[in-house]
Every structure is written in C-alpha cells, then in structure tokens.
Design a protein around this ligand. Structure first.
Ligand code: SF4
Ligand code: SF4
Length: 312
C-alpha cells in the first residue's frame, strides 16, 4: 500500500494490476477492506472500522461496484476503484470531522503567512529569524496540488526543519504545535477533513515583505535593488536558454547573478546591521541554493575559482 499526494490510499501497482485483471468479486471486497484499514490508520481512527464498513455498504458507489465488478473491463475497474477510494476517504473523514493534533499537516510543509498574521510578528510570537521569503518567479512545488512551477507572487513562510522538513514549531513531545494558541491563519483554517477552506484561503492575499518593512527606507531600497538585479526569473530564463541552445556561456551569466546575490547579502549584514538569520526573510533564499532546483550546484576549484556543475 502507498499514499499519494492527495491522501488517498492505494494498493501498490502490482497488487492493483492483479486485482483489476482477476475481476473476482471476493478479491475486490478483500482489497477494499485492506485499503480501508490503511485509510483508518492514516487518519488515526482504526477503531472506526465497523462504523465505516456499515456506511460504505449503504453507499451507492460501493453497491454499484460490488454488483458489477466482475462484468467490468480492467480499465473501468481501475477508474471506479479510484472513485471508491475517494468515497472511503470522505466517509472516514465524515466519522472524524475534527482535529486530532496529529501533526501530519505540519509535516507536509510550513504555512504561508497572510496579512492577518502580521500581528504575530508585532507581538513577537514570530520574528524575522523564523520566517523566510519565496520571491516571485522562484521554482517551487505547490502544496495544494503537488505541481512544480514558478511562484506567481511573493510568499512568506515559517521556516522548516532542515532534515525532516516539518514546520519548526512542530514539537513531537508537545502534542504537535508549540505555538498552537498563536498559530498562523493557514493553520487555523487547515482542516484535513474539509480541504475546501484551505483551497479558498490560497486565493486570498498573502503577507509580503513590504507589509512588514514599512519604515526602514534603506532596507526597502536595498530590497528593490536586489529584486531587480537578482530576480529569480533571470535565473529561470538563463537555464531555459542553456537547455534550448546548449550555450555554456550562459553559466557565466548565472555565476554573475550568484555573485551579485552574495554581495548584496554581505552588504545587508555589514552595512545595514541585519543578522544572517534574517537574510532569508529579507532577501529570500540565496540564489546559490535555488540553482539546485535546476540540478546545478556551485563548486570552488583548487585556484579558488567558482564553477557551476551538475548536482546529480
Ligand atoms: S488538521 Fe492536521 S493536525 Fe489536525 S487532524 Fe488533520 S492532519 Fe492532523
Ligand atoms: S505553526 Fe503549528 S500548526 Fe502550523 S504548521 Fe507549524 S507546527 Fe503545525
């Protein structure tokens, strides 16, 4: 069994192939029960088994499939099976429409902040050291549907644990969130049993650096300069050109962007007296880190010269 990005549980590919090709009703029922056990375990409600079995047996989707399974073609069985898994998930969530503070959502990544969360910074719940910026045009994987693409507009997020990737405020021994009473809006809207709330929130205005840095003119000017000179879209355009033309001279342009990014970061710490830990909020992630999304990394040779090399 394995879990896909939308939380549905599936038998592994070989087991599913066998199930769809054999077409035996007994195996279908056994497979459905097995999948249900996995869903219940995933949602931490193993003891809801009898309740969900009773409900699924009354459900039209299950009843029709149970009656017609042997007559269907394997491709149709496969499609109907997916529908049944979604239905099982919905029914199981219907028996548990509340948060268990299991922390599973805190492991899927940290929340993006909204203007309503600005007061968490003014009250000192969060500080510039615990958040970071994803700038417009950065290559990212969208949590909402797992898609890869360029970020259409700036986001500010809480930092994540470097190895485990969960939100830094997740504490295993504290029943999950360590700032539960002050958690950001996204976490308050998060309801795994009703994902539509989060989908709606995703369309709403996000917090940006300009909401938070209103009065520091020197810093705001530096942000403008950095955004213009070290725009992640320039990086994307350069790698697209490299891919399309194979012109290795593009790598020098990329290295130049990386050098400018590094120089501006040094300026902000040394001349504007900001801490290193604040830089990923003030200037976004370093370009030297972002190039890894394009399968490249920077290496220094024995003469101290930097090169971009494949990260494979
Ligand atoms: S909302 Fe998050 S913490 Fe609450 S039950 Fe769902 S996955 Fe667990
Ligand atoms: S702030 Fe709290 S609830 Fe939100 S993702 Fe982090 S640990 Fe989870």
């Amino acid at each position: 069994m394995k879990q896909n990005s939308k939380h549905s549980i599936q038998l592994d590919a070989a087991e599913l192939r066998d199930l769809f090709h054999s077409g035996k009703r007994k195996e279908f029922v056994a497979g459905m029960r097995l999948a249900l056990r996995q869903i219940l375990a995933k949602l931490h409600v193993e003891d809801h088994y009898d309740q969900v079995i009773t409900l699924i047996k009354q459900d039209t989707c299950y009843r029709e499939l149970n009656n017609t399974w042997e007559e269907l073609k394997p491709a149709v069985r496969s499609q109907k099976w997916q529908e049944l898994m979604e239905r099982l998930l919905q029914i199981t969530y219907g028996t548990r429409p509340y948060c268990l503070r299991c922390g599973d959502c805190c492991h899927l990544g940290s929340p993006s902040l909204h203007p309503e969360d600005a007061e968490l910074l003014s009250r000192g719940v969060l500080s510039a050291r615990q958040i970071y910026t994803l700038r417009r045009g950065e290559p990212v994987k969208f949590n909402i549907d797992g898609r890869l693409g360029a970020l259409p507009s700036e986001l500010i997020k809480i930092k994540q644990h470097q190895e485990k990737h969960h939100c830094i405020y997740y504490g295993k021994n504290q029943r999950g969130c360590t700032i539960y009473d002050n958690r950001p809006l996204q976490c308050r809207v998060q309801a795994c049993w009703a994902p539509e709330g989060l989908e709606k929130l995703w369309q709403q205005e996000k917090l940006t650096r300009r909401h938070l840095i209103k009065e520091d003119q020197d810093l705001l000017e530096m942000l403008e300069v950095h955004d213009e000179r070290c725009d992640p879209r320039k990086l994307d355009a350069a790698f697209t050109r490299l891919h399309d033309t194979g012109d290795l001279a593009v790598l020098d342009e990329v290295l130049d962007l990386l050098r400018q990014d590094t120089a501006i970061r040094a300026f902000v710490t040394q001349k504007l007296n900001r801490e290193d830990e604040e830089l990923n909020f003030l200037l976004g992630r370093p370009l030297v880190e972002i190039v890894r999304a394009y399968g490249m990394k920077v290496e220094k040779d024995e003469n101290g010269v930097y090169h971009l090399v494949s990260d494979q």
